[in-house]
Design a binder for this molecule. Structure first.
Ligand code: DC
Length: 205
C-alpha cells in the first residue's frame, strides 16, 4: 500500500505521514529532506541555489548529510525551495523516491508532488493543508521554543514566499491530486490531525 501525503510548509504533513507510517507499519520517506540536503550541499560547495548547474552538482550529496540537524532549519528549507525549482534537480531525485514508493509492502512518502508525480498510483492520497495564519503561528511557536528570536510577521512573510515558489514553479508545482482527500488542519491540534488522517486513510483503504 502506497500512501502519498502532500501539502505546503508547516501544514502538519510530516507529523501526519510519520503517524500513518507507524499506524500501518510502513517505511516512511520525508522527501523534503532530500531537497534540503541538495540546498545545503549547494551552500557548502559555495554554489548559488538559483543556478541549475550548481544545484544539480549538489544532488550527489553524501548520505551522511541526511543526518545533519542543520537540514531542519528555516535556512535549509529556503535553500530547498530554491533548488527544487530546477527540473534537472527534480529528475535527479526522482528515481530514489520512486523506488522507495515501489518497495514490496508499500510505503508512506510526504512532500509536494508525491500524489501527482512520484506515485500517481498511490492507494491513498492525502493533501494536508492549513491557513497561512495557522501555519505561521505554528512555525513561530516552534522557533520560539527553540530560543529563536523571530517575529510572527517575518515568519508569515517567509512562509508566503515559500508557498509562492512551491505553487508557481513550472515543474511539479504543489498541487492537489485529483483523487486526493483534502485535510485542513487549521483548527486541529496535533493529536486531532493525526486521528483525522488515520480515520480518512482507514476508510479509503
Ligand atoms: O517539506 P519541506 O519543508 O521539508 O520541503 C522543503 C522544500 O523542498 C519545499 O519548499 C519544496 C521542496 N520540496 C519539493 O519541491 N518537492 C517535494 N516532494 C518535497 C519538498
Amino acid at each position: 500500500m502506497i500512501i502519498a501525503v502532500d501539502g505546503p510548509t508547516a501544514s502538519g504533513k510530516g507529523t501526519i505521514a510519520k503517524a500513518l507510517a507507524a499506524h500501518f507499519r510502513l517505511p516512511h520517506l520525508d522527501t523534503g529532506l532530500l531537497y534540503r540536503a541538495v540546498g545545503r550541499q549547494c551552500q557548502l560547495d559555495g554554489g548559488d541555489p538559483n543556478d541549475p548547474v550548481a544545484a544539480l552538482a549538489a544532488c550527489s550529496f553524501p548520505e551522511s548529510l541526511l543526518a545533519d540537524p542543520e537540514l531542519r532549519s528555516e535556512e535549509a528549507g529556503g535553500l530547498a525551495s530554491q533548488v527544487s525549482v530546477h527540473p534537472t534537480v527534480r529528475r535527479a531525485l526522482y528515481e530514489r523516491q520512486r523506488s522507495f514508493a515501489l518497495q514490496p509492502g508499500g510505503a508512506v512518502l510526504d512532500g509536494r508532488d508525491i500524489g501527482t508525480v512520484i506515485a500517481p498510483e498511490a492507494d491513498i492520497k492525502l493533501f494536508v493543508t492549513a491557513s497561512v495564519e495557522a501555519r505561521a503561528l505554528r512555525r513561530f511557536l516552534e522557533m520560539q521554543a527553540h530560543g529563536r528570536a523571530v517575529s510572527l510577521k517575518d515568519v508569515a512573510t517567509d512562509l508566503a514566499a515559500r508557498d509562492d515558489r512551491d505553487l508557481s514553479r513550472k515543474e511539479a508545482p504543489l498541487a492537489v491530486a485529483e483523487d486526493a482527500i483534502v485535510l485542513d488542519t487549521s483548527e486541529l491540534d496535533r493529536d486531532e490531525a493525526i486521528a483525522a488522517a488515520i480515520a480518512v486513510a482507514g476508510k479509503r483503504r
